[in-house]
Ligand binder design. Structure first.
Ligand code: SF4
Length: 353
């Protein structure tokens, strides 16, 4: 069958890997901020938010200082689906999206009448970079019989080419729904999430070759070794992780679903395979539980991510203040592309789980 052959044999594309490496080279060296500077910046941002009628929409993987400020000032900290929903329904004129570029673009597509600013426009995602719109369009053209479903971690132009956009919160349900209608799927860009969805729905899925550089570093062996030290710990895994890691999970889910699971599970310890930024909100949800980051493939120079997304890490209080103050880093989306992408995004927003 085509789907099985394609799903299991899509070879690593060296061109995509090279593209990702080039973007990684642009990530600046980490800078730290002292407590007094952080307090001063937070005060300044609070005033600017009022002055500019703006609100912060932050992803779970951003700096806890940004997450705390977003919450305290009436903004939100969430996964990409809820970030999109929040921006769409909030009354502020300006949305400050702390995350990576596709999140700012999604906010702009859903609310084109609002100003969308980002602390940095350089923060991208290996899934987005590894799925260039022109190449993806050719892939789709070669398979006109398939319904095109793309993950939210893609550019506006790729979303515009899709029939559906999904986040990891609802990917299973949407593909299950399409499969029940007898539709064959063309899936992009995350091969691991796609593989997980295919395994659980049995849908006929043709996969793009893409991956998240953070989640693909998690290793089943490292987690099993950690389980020997903490035998009672539950294993919580984001489905962008490799199949061998997903297979040993107690819970597989999106960031919001993992936080909810941490609350529901009786376990006192959790081994968590996703970006460490989630610990800020997860620990709030389970203050009496011990959270352990799942081991990654390497350390020091051998570790490209160490469970920290380098692009999410480019968001800081300084550049958040700067974009608000100067009105800089405004997200623009071509009107035609935005209108087409809106249709596929709207399907996701209206989908009833
Ligand atoms: S954690 Fe992975 S999927 Fe998320 S933004 Fe970073 S590279 Fe992309």
């Amino acid at each position: 069958m085509e789907n099985q052959q394609q799903n299991n044999t899509v070879a690593d594309n060296p061109d995509h890997q090279k593209l990702v490496e080039q973007y990684l080279d642009l990530v600046p060296t980490e800078t730290s901020i002292d407590a007094a500077d952080a307090v001063a910046l937070q005060d300044e941002i609070r005033s600017l938010l009022i002055e500019k009628n703006a609100v912060i929409i932050a992803h779970y993987y951003t700096d806890p200082l940004i997450q705390a400020l977003a919450e305290e000032t009436g903004g939100v900290v969430s996964d990409s689906l809820d970030m999109a929903r929040f921006g769409n329904s909030h009354a502020a004129d300006t949305l400050v999206v702390a995350g990576v570029k596709f999140m700012g673009e999604t906010a702009k597509i859903l609310t084109p009448n609002k100003r969308v600013l980002m602390p940095t426009l350089e923060a991208t995602c290996s899934l987005d970079v590894g799925c260039p719109a022109d190449e993806f369009a050719r892939f789709c053209d070669q398979h006109p019989d398939r319904t095109v479903v793309v993950y939210a971690n893609t550019s506006a132009a790729v979303k515009a080419r899709a029939d559906w956009v999904v986040t990891s919160s609802i990917a299973l349900q949407v593909v299950d729904h399409l499969d029940a209608l007898g539709e064959k799927i063309l899936w992009a860009p995350d091969k691991y999430l796609g593989g997980y969805v295919q395994k659980n729905t049995g849908a006929d899925m043709l996969m793009w070759d893409g991956s998240c550089i953070v989640h693909e570093e998690f290793k089943a062996k490292g987690i099993l070794d950690l389980k020997k030290v903490y035998p009672e710990a539950a294993v919580l895994v984001h489905p962008e992780s490799p199949e061998s890691v997903v297979d040993i999970a107690d819970i597989v889910g999106s960031t919001s679903q993992l936080i909810a699971a941490a609350q529901k599970l009786p376990h006192r310890q959790m081994i968590v395979a996703t970006d460490q930024g989630i610990f800020y909100k997860m620990q709030q949800a389970v203050p009496d539980k011990q959270l352990l980051i799942a081991p990654t493939g390497g350390s020091g120079a051998n570790c490209r991510s160490c469970a920290n997304c380098p692009w999410m890490g480019m968001n800081s209080l300084q550049n958040l203040r700067d974009c608000l103050k100067q009105g800089s880093n405004e997200i623009e989306v071509n009107a035609d592309i935005g209108a087409q992408a809106f249709t596929s995004l709207e399907r996701m927003m209206n989908f009833k789980v």
